[in-house]
Design a binder for this molecule. Sequence first.
Ligand code: PMP
Length: 285
Amino acid sequence: MRTVYVNGNYLPETEATVSIFDRGFLMADGVYEVTSVLGGKLIDFEGHAVRLARSLKELDMRAPVDKDDLLAIHRELVRLNDIDEGLIYLQITRGSDGDRDFVFPPEDTEPTIVMFTQNKPGLADNPAAKKGAKIISIEDIRWGRRDIKTVQLLYPSMGKMMAKKAGADDAWMIEDGFVTEGTSNNAYIVKGNRIITRALSNDILHGITRAAVLRLAREAQMEVEERNFTIEEARAADEAFTTSASAFVMPVVEIDGIALGDGTPGHVARRLREIYLEESLKKAV
Ligand code: PMP
């Protein structure tokens, strides 16, 4: 049984509880982060902590713990659950003042913080990354502040189900003709030695893995172009891939039933996955 963290306490997962009036539960009034663990250490912790602080600030939500405590809790959960490879999920909500109301509860209302681990042996050496992912395109009907990492994940979850029903692995979302991002990852295409990905704005999540991968790509003398691209351009690309904290760099081998290149993971995506894993392990804490 897992040991989880809830509001200052480490408890067996079956004993951890949150109020039915919690605004995370009633209104999706909460934010989250997912940090991966490799070799028992946290990958890109600093980036996740900084983004969490930004998400909270954008929603006028109080941080229940500071960054040092956050790191200590992450590490304690890794230790208590003996995680070598896996994920740590963190969620902070606006809490509850014991009723349901659209108006925010008083400012001194305690936020709710929960954290739990997901044990994923083989996360780095994932066979899915060797095969590559098949994706479909769907319309992006999410709200306008996708840069805030809120727990409103119903549409991304539905998108993933649409992909599964279509015999694919995931979906990329399209707005005004251009790809925004994947259901739970940032989206890239490759043409020759050039990596193309949408620029940062309120339209997409500012991926922590995206920032690291683009920096490493530039250091490796690859060209990076941050601009909008259409799904037609993606279908005609040499290769494509996605990035996220839980899947690192994931090659995409098919878009809407059309194979990219020879239908196997491209060399840019494979190389970036290698470099990312190598470099982030060196900096893991
Ligand atoms: N976009 C969306 C919509 C996501 O849900 C995620 C993963 N949470 C990402 C991008 C990738 O972000 P990160 O690299 O920080 O995991």
